[in-house]
Design a protein around this ligand. Structure first.
Ligand SMILES: Cc1cc2nc3c(=O)[nH]c(=O)nc-3n(C[C@H](O)[C@H](O)[C@H](O)COP(=O)(O)OP(=O)(O)OC[C@H]3O[C@@H](n4cnc5c(N)ncnc54)[C@H](O)[C@@H]3O)c2cc1C
Length: 471
C-alpha cells in the first residue's frame, strides 16, 4: 500500500493539515497515537492537562470513525511500534508535526533516525505556525540578536500568512486492533468537564472574531477582561496558527471596519506573530552568562506558589492558575517578573513551578516567555522589572480581578483600598482582611538590589561594545 503512518502528537485535528499536502498524492493515512514511556510520564505530570489531552484524543477518534477509520493507539517504544505497524500496514512513510522546544526537537531527530533506520521515509511538517516558513528568513542585526520587529514586518508582509490548507485526506479503514484510548484515570486525572475538539475550538474562534476582537487591546492589559482563550486549543493543535491568523486578518477586508476593530485586529495579529517568533526561537534555551545572577531555588518560592506573597495581583494570578489551570496573560508577566527579580529565581525554576498547573501544552512558548520575563529576550538582554503594586493599580483599578480570586479582600471597594490596607492609611479591622498577609518583601529594595547586582556583573563581564553593555 502507498501508505503513511500519521503520528498524532501535538496536532489533534483532522482539517487544515500541512501534512496532507506534503504526503504522496493518493497516499492512505494510518492515524497512529504512540504513548511511549516519556510521553506518558510527561502527560501524567499535570492532571488537568492529561484530562484535556484525553478528551481531545477521544474527540479525534470519534471524528476518524465518522470517516470510516479509527485512531490506532499503541503503548510502547516508538521504534518497536513503528516497525510493527508499518509492517502490518505496508506503509512506507511516517509523518508527524514538527516540535519547537529543545526536548521536542531532540525527539524529532530521534524519530527521524528511527524511521530512516527502518528504511522508511520521514515527513516532519510545520503544522503549528501561521506562516509558510519557507517564505521567511530571519533578519539579524549586526550583534547577531534576532529582532521581533524585523520578524513582524516580514510576518505581516503581503503573501507571508498562509491560508488554511484545504487538501482532502484518505484515512485507512481500521484493520488493526487498537489498544484502548488514553483515559484520564491512567494519568491520575479526573475527566475534563467541558466540550473539547476542533469543532468546539473553531466555534470559539468564530465567536471571538465576531464578538470580542474589538475589545482585545483593552482585554489584553486588563486582568478582569477575558482574552481570546485560544492559547489552549492552539497548544494542542485543535486549531492551527494559520487558521487563527487567517480568520482574523480576513476581517481587514471588510470595507465598513471601524477604527477600534482595526486596532483590535492589529493587536491580535501581533500576538500571533509573537507566537511564531517564539516557536521558531524555541530551541534557544542554552545557558546564558546572566544565569549566574539568579538562584535555582529559594525558601521564598512556596509563598509564591501557594499564593501568599501579600502582593494582591501576584497572588490573584496564582490563585487563578491553581483554580483553573489558566492565568490572564497580563498577570503572567507580573508573576514571572516577581519570581525572577523579587525572588531572584532562575526562569527555569519559575517555569517548572507552573509545569504541573498550566493546562496549555506548548513548551517552546513557556521557555520563550519565561526567558523574556527574565530579561533574556531573543532580540536583546535587559531586565525589565515590573512593579506588582503599580501594575495592580493601573490594570485592575476597581480590584475586580483581585477581589474575584482573593475573597479575603472582597469587602474592600477598589485597588486603592486594597493597596492601602497594609500602609496604615486604612483603619479596617475586618476578620477576612486580617487573614490575607502583608507583602512578604519590599519590592523596591529587591528591585534596586537586583539592578545593582546586574550593573556590577555587566561591568565585570561584558566587553565594551557588547550590545548588552550599551542598553
Ligand atoms: C511567563 C509567561 C509564561 C507563558 N507560558 C505559556 C505557555 O506555557 N504556553 C503558552 O501557550 N503560552 C504561554 N504564554 C503566552 C501567553 O500568555 C499565552 O499564550 C496566553 O495567555 C494565552 O491566552 P489567550 O489565548 O487568551 O491569549 P490572547 O491574548 O488572546 O492571545 C492570542 C494568541 O496569541 C498568542 N500569544 C499571545 N501572547 C503571546 C506570548 N506572549 N507569547 C506567545 N504567544 C502569544 C497565543 O497563541 C494566544 O492564544 C506565557 C506568557 C508568559 C508571560
Amino acid at each position: 500500500m502507498n501508505g503513511t503512518l500519521l503520528c498524532f502528537d501535538r496536532d489533534l485535528r483532522l482539517t487544515d493539515r500541512a501534512v496532507y499536502a506534503a504526503s504522496e498524492p493518493g497516499s492512505t493515512l494510518v492515524p497512529l497515537l504512540i504513548l511511549d514511556r516519556r510521553r506518558s510520564e510527561r502527560i501524567a505530570r499535570n492532571p488537568r492537562r492529561a484530562a484535556y489531552f484525553c478528551a481531545a484524543v477521544a474527540q479525534l477518534d470519534a471524528e476518524l470513525r465518522q470517516r470510516g477509520s479509527q485512531l490506532l493507539v499503541r503503548r510502547g517504544a516508538i521504534d518497536v511500534t513503528i516497525r510493527s505497524v508499518a509492517r502490518a500496514t505496508g506503509a512506507r512513510y511516517v509523518a508527524w508535526s514538527k516540535r519547537y522546544d529543545p526536548a521536542g526537537v531532540r525527539e524529532d531527530l530521534r524519530m527521524q533516525a528511527i524511521v530512516e533506520e527502518l528504511g522508511l521515509r520521514a515527513l516532519a511538517v510545520h503544522e503549528a505556525v501561521a506562516i509558510d516558513p519557507e517564505r521567511l528568513e530571519f533578519d539579524t542585526d549586526e550583534s547577531g540578536f534576532r529582532s521581533f520587529n524585523a520578524f513582524y514586518r516580514l510576518w505581516r508582509a503581503p503573501g507571508t500568512l498562509r491560508a488554511p490548507i484545504d487538501v482532502a485526506a484518505q484515512f485507512a479503514p481500521s484493520v488493526l486492533p487498537s489498544e484502548p484510548l488514553p483515559r484520564p484515570e491512567e494519568f491520575g486525572a479526573a475527566a475534563w468537564r467541558y466540550p473539547v475538539g476542533e469543532g468546539t475550538a473553531r466555534a470559539a474562534l468564530e465567536r471571538f472574531v465576531n464578538e470580542r476582537l474589538v475589545e482585545y487591546p483593552r482585554a489584553v492589559r486588563t486582568p478582569a477582561l477575558p482574552t481570546s482563550g485560544l492559547g489552549l486549543p492552539l497548544s494542542f493543535g485543535l486549531l492551527s496558527g494559520r487558521e487563527v491568523a487567517w480568520s482574523v486578518r480576513r476581517r481587514l477586508e471588510d470595507p465598513f471596519l471601524l477604527a477600534e476593530e482595526r486596532a483590535g485586529i492589529e493587536r491580535f495579529l501581533r500576538a500571533m506573530a509573537r507566537r511564531d517568533f517564539l516557536l521558531f526561537a524555541g530551541t534557544e534555551s542554552a545557558p546564558q552568562p546572566e544565569d549566574r545572577l539568579f538562584a535555582r531555588s529559594s525558601a521564598e518560592l512556596p509563598a509564591l506558589v501557594e499564593a501568599r506573597t501579600g502582593f494582591p495581583l501576584v497572588d490573584a494570578g496564582m490563585r487563578e492558575l491553581l483554580a483553573t489551570g489558566e492565568m490572564h496573560p497580563a498577570v503572567r508577566a507580573v508573576v514571572a517578573s516577581f519570581c525572577c527579580f523579587d525572588l531572584g529565581l532562575d526562569w527555569r525554576t519559575g517555569m517548572e513551578s507552573w509545569e504541573g498547573l498550566l493546562v496549555e501544552d506548548e513548551p517552546a512558548l513557556a521557555i520563550g516567555n519565561w526567558r523574556w520575563s527574565a530579561g533574556l529576550r531573543i532580540d536583546m538582554h535587559f531586565p525589565r522589572i515590573i512593579d506588582p503594586e503599580r501594575q495592580f493599580l493601573r490594570g485592575d483599578p476597581q480590584g475586580r480581578y483581585v477581589r474575584r480570586w482573593i475573597p479575603e479582600l472582597a469587602l474592600l471597594s477598589d485597588a486603592r483600598q486594597i493597596h492601602a490596607r497594609h500602609t496604615g492609611q486604612l483603619a479596617l479591622d475586618l476578620f477576612e482582611i486580617g487573614r490575607y498577609p502583608n507583602p512578604m518583601l519590599d519590592h523596591r529594595a529587591r528591585a534596586r538590589a537586583f539592578l545593582a547586582r546586574y550593573a556590577a556583573w555587566r561591568a565585570a563581564t561584558l566587553p565594551v561594545g557588547d550590545p548588552r553593555s550599551s542598553r
